[in-house]
Structure formats: structure tokens, C-alpha cells
Design a protein around this ligand. Structure first.
Ligand code: ZN
Length: 554
């Protein structure tokens, strides 16, 4: 069990903006942050995170809570699992009252395996020779803790002699269960590269074969600690340089990253055997760096760069693309001592949007009007995903590449405006404002209860009751707290609001009483007179009159 005081300490040390920011992109909006809700499909951002209140709320689907609740809901984890997940990604050491956590077991397994891998390398002349040939220096081997893993039997022997239970090794992604339900090592006969989380926790390995294995690179499988699709190789080492120099170099392989760092480009990272996807955007956004895509100049590299550049520019990133010429990867150039050339290529990177326009144009034979028409369609719809200002800035570039008149992009390029926010009837706003005021100033609840009762709140009756009973953490109330379109009132304003609220209610009662034929005539005229000549005038004079449902007295 995780110690309670340890959970409290964790809660105090984390910021909900960091926790949620690890999963989705948050944009600053006033005092809060906004995003498209990860729990329901939407195009407008109704998901709000409040740093001051340390809570989140979605105005679209109504979910809400604190950082731990978010991780529980999104990752489908139990409360202790979510705590462990957060603690691990923030390098926070939890205390346990008895036993130990799964994560500490996984970490222990990974760390001892890693030490062993590193030791193995010294006895692998072939692997050392390969690394040397690729230009990787001895100190880079040490800095990046490159190692070697031998045959499956050796791995099993190591685990056995170090008393590491196989189920734990399986959880850490080191072994897997085969067809005959026996365990086997996942990574064998490969050079190993340890993979760290952004905060520097060892979470898995990448492995490069030296033999003829069809898969040149293999990574550890997805585990509780290792999420390949969101991590970038080398990020924990590059982090401070990315923040300081406001740039990040995204390349394709581990060796590229290591060679970039070796040559002094310490902002280099790589995806983990996948293309760059939207899952990487939150991490890329951190520190607001200029994103430089440094890919191979071959066909696959070009196609990957085009996709990534489109995604990044549409997501509002600044950045550019460098394609390394002659089928070489950046690691080769650096190994050949052409660090200066690499620096020049990086400096002369093609900005994202012109790169996309040029790449799409180059896929077509622009002498053919039909082909030109198709290229135009693709570029036009790509530009339509940008703001009007950005679009206007690049229309002439596009027209030049396509050799067409820029007026063709003209008036047709109009973006449909998406209605943002929810429109509410005036009555609702009045009631919601009262609720918001009571949430912010609970000391006024008694004054309000002297005058009104929950039945007056119609659709919001339940919420009013919740506030009175002190249940402010209800997600719907959190929503009201965070709703910036609602204003909390001063005590005076609140009283005035309640009085006009009362007047409207009595007006309504008046109509109901007049229309109700079951009320005896004398009673009816008494009630009407009471409301018209006594209650409403008193309210209008500013007196506090406690609310009564006179229909109930009938
Ligand atoms: Zn939602």
C-alpha cells in the first residue's frame, strides 16, 4: 500500500498543467488552459484546466476532477496505479507501508539488465567495431550507455543468477511467453540503447542487429512504464538544451541522435521506431522550440518529412525541414567529419509551409493541366487548415510553385467559422451566476437560504442543493467554477439579483394562480391581492421577503 502522507506529498508537488500537458496539448486561455477534450470527440476546445484550482473540467461531456482522476480516467487505471504512474513520470519516490510497488520491481529489473548489457559490450569486438565504423566515440558509448545483449539462453541465465522472477522480467518487457508457454528473451544478439522517460527514468531498450535479422531495430514492448508513441529517444538529455536554445532536432534513428550530440547539436531526439504523430505534439510543444526535422533524403525520408511537416504546421509549430542529401543520414555526414556542413544544412532548413508546398508540387508533372489541378487541390486544402493570416502569407508561394495565378486561391479560400461556446437563455445565466457566487463565497449561503429555496432553481435545483450541502467537488459545480462567461457577484449584487429573481417567480405564481380553476374564489383573490399589493411592492422597495410557494398553501 502506498503511504497516505506520501500521496499527499505527491499531490503537493505536482502541477495539474504538467500532468495533463503530458497527454494532450494545452493552450493558455486567460487564467486557465484549454484543449480539445480527450474524453469525447470534439472540434472546439471545451476542456478547461485551472492551475489555480488544480482541477480540470469539460464543458462538453461534463467530466472533471484533479490530476489523479484525469490519469485514472484516461489511462483506465485504479487510484493507486494512477498515483504510481504520476510518481514515476515526475521522478517522485513513493513510500509504501508494506511490500513494494510493481513499478519499483520493473525499474529494478531494467536497471540490473542495463548494467549487464553495458558490461557485455566490452567482450563484443564485432559490436565495438561496428560502433567505431559508424563514428561513435568512446565517450558517446559511455554517455549513451550503449550495451550488448547476447543469446536468449544467456539472458535467461542472467535473470536466474540474479534472482529476477520471470513474470517481473516479462512486465519489464525483457522476456515474453512463447508458444509452448516458456519464457524467451525479447531482445537478443543486438547492440542495446537504453530509453529514458522525459524525466530520466529508464523505461525500455532499443536494439540494433549486427546480423542479417530482417528487423534492423527492435524496441522493448509497451509496458506500464514505457509508452513508445509519446516518448522521444534522447529527450531527457536534450531537454535543457531544447529549452535554452529554443530548438529541437527531430531525427529518425538512435545513431543520428548520438552523432548529433557528439558533434555538439545537443537538441537532437528521435522517434522510437514510429513516425512522428499527434501523440508527440505535447512533448514537442514543451519549451516552445523551433522544430527541425532532420531526415534522410531518400524516398521514405521525404514522405515521412512531408507528413510530419504538414502535421506540425497545422498544429501551429514554427520549424523547418532538412533532408540529408545523397542517401546519407546525418550520422554519416558527422562521421565523415562534415559537422560544418551539417550545421549549414540545419541553418538553411526549409520552413515547414514552403516545404510542404514544394514537396506536394514536386510529386506532379505540372505540365499536365489535370495533374496541376490535383496538386492545386491538395495544396489549397492544406492551406485552408491554417489561419487567414498564414494562408495569405503563403498563397503567392503556392502560386509560384504551381505556376498559376494566385487569384485562383482567392475568395474560395474561406474557412467556415466554428461556433464556440454554449449560448444560454438569460434565466439560466442569472441562476448560474447565483450558483457561481455561492461557490466562490460560501459564507453567503445562509443569507441566500433566508430568502430563497431550492425549488426556485428549476433545472439547477440539484446543483443548488449540492452547494448548500458543501459538495463543491461535484464535476458539474467544478464546471460552473471554471466557466469564465459567468461572473461571481458582490453580496449587494447578489441580493439585488435574488430580489429580481423573486419578483419573476411571484409574477409566475400570479399567472398560475389566476389560471387555476380548482382554487376557491375567495382564496384566489386573497392570494392575488397579497402578491400584487404586498409582496411584489415590498420586493421592489428593496425589502428582503422570504420566498413562499403560495400555491402550496392553497
Ligand atoms: Zn469532454
Amino acid at each position: 500500500m502506498i503511504d497516505n502522507s506520501s500521496i499527499e506529498a505527491l499531490k503537493n508537488s505536482i502541477d495539474i498543467v504538467d500532468v495533463i500537458g503530458n497527454y494532450i496539448e494545452l493552450r493558455k486561455a486567460g487564467a486557465n488552459y484549454k484543449a480539445n477534450c480527450p474524453f469525447h470527440g470534439e472540434k472546439t476546445a471545451s476542456f478547461v484546466v485551472s492551475p489555480s484550482k488544480q482541477i480540470y473540467h469539460c464543458f462538453g461531456c461534463g467530466v472533471g476532477g484533479d490530476a489523479i482522476r484525469f490519469v485514472m480516467e484516461l489511462e483506465k487505471l485504479s487510484y493507486p496505479e494512477a498515483i504510481e504512474k504520476i510518481a514515476s513520470s515526475f521522478n517522485f519516490t513513493l513510500r509504501y507501508s508494506q511490500g513494494s510497488s510493481d513499478y519499483s520491481n520493473i525499474k529494478r529489473v531494467l536497471e540490473s539488465v542495463q548494467k549487464w548489457y553495458v558490461k557485455n559490450l566490452d567482450f563484443q569486438p564485432q559490436a565495438l567495431e561496428y560502433l567505431h565504423r559508424r563514428g561513435i566515440s568512446k565517450s558517446s558509448i559511455e554517455d549513451f550507455e550503449i550495451g550488448y545483449v547476447g543469446r536468449s539462453g544467456e539472458v535467461m541465465q542472467f535473470l536466474g543468477s540474479h534472482h529476477i522472477p520471470l513474470p517481473q522480467a516479462a512486465e519489464a518487457g525483457i522476456v515474453a511467453i512463447g508458444e509452448n508457454s516458456g519464457y524467451y528473451a525479447r531482445l537478443v544478439e543486438r547492440i542495446t540503447f537504453p530509453i529514458y522517460s522525459t524525466s530520466g527514468t529508464l523505461v525500455g531498450f532499443g536494439g540494433r542487429t549486427l546480423g542479417n535479422h530482417p528487423a534492423k531495430y527492435i524496441n522493448s514492448p509497451q509496458t506500464k512504464l514505457f509508452n513508445k508513441s509519446r516518448l522521444l529517444y534522447g529527450y531527457h538529455r536534450a531537454k535543457e538544451h531544447i529549452y535554452a536554445n529554443k530548438k529541437i532536432i527531430v531525427c529518425e534513428g538512435y545513431l543520428d541522435v548520438i552523432m548529433f550530440h557528439q558533434a555538439g547539436f545537443k537538441e537532437a531526439v528521435a522517434t522510437l521506431g514510429t513516425a512522428l504523430t499527434a501523440d508527440h505534439l505535447p512533448l514537442l510543444r514543451k519549451g516552445e522550440p523551433n522544430v527541425i526535422l532532420a531526415y534522410d533524403g531518400d524516398k521514405a525520408g521525404r514522405a515521412a518529412a512531408l507528413k510530419a511537416a504538414q502535421m506540425l504546421s497545422i498544429a501551429g509549430f514554427e520549424g523547418g525541414v532538412v533532408l540529408f542529401p545523397g542517401g546519407k543520414d546525418p550520422a554519416d555526414l558527422i562521421a565523415e567529419g562534415k559537422g560544418d556542413e551539417v550545421a549549414r544544412l540545419l541553418r538553411e532548413r526549409k520552413p515547414l509551409i514552403p516545404f510542404v508546398i514544394e514537396s506536394i508540387s514536386s510529386e506532379y508533372d505540372l505540365n499536365s493541366p489535370r495533374a496541376k489541378e490535383e496538386a492545386f487541390g491538395r495544396i489549397k486544402s492544406y492551406l485552408e487548415n491554417h489561419s487567414e493570416i498564414i494562408r495569405e502569407a503563403y498563397v503567392s508561394t503556392a502560386a509560384t510553385y504551381l505556376k498559376i495565378s494566385s487569384t485562383l486561391f482567392g475568395d474560395n479560400v474561406k474557412k467556415e467559422k466554428v461556433a464556440d461556446g454554449i449560448t444560454r437563455p438569460k434565466d439560466d445565466i442569472a441562476q448560474l451566476s447565483i450558483l457561481k457566487t455561492l461557490l466562490e463565497k460560501p459564507e453567503l449561503i445562509d443569507d441566500v437560504l433566508d430568502i430563497v429555496e431550492s425549488s426556485m432553481f428549476g433545472n439547477y435545483r440539484e446543483l443548488f442543493d449540492l452547494i448548500v450541502s458543501g459538495a463543491a467537488e461535484d464535476p458539474r459545480l467544478v464546471g460552473i467554477t471554471l466557466d469564465e462567461s459567468l461572473q461571481a457577484m458582490s453580496q449587494e449584487e447578489l441580493m439585488d439579483m435574488l430580489k429580481s429573481f423573486l419578483i419573476r417567480h411571484y409574477d409566475q405564481q400570479l399567472k398560475l394562480i389566476a389560471a387555476d380553476n380548482s382554487i376557491e374564489f375567495r382564496k384566489k383573490s386573497y392570494l392575488i391581492r397579497k402578491i400584487k399589493t404586498d409582496i411584489i411592492p415590498r420586493l421592489k422597495r428593496g425589502e428582503s421577503v422570504a420566498y413562499k410557494n403560495l400555491l402550496k398553501e392553497v
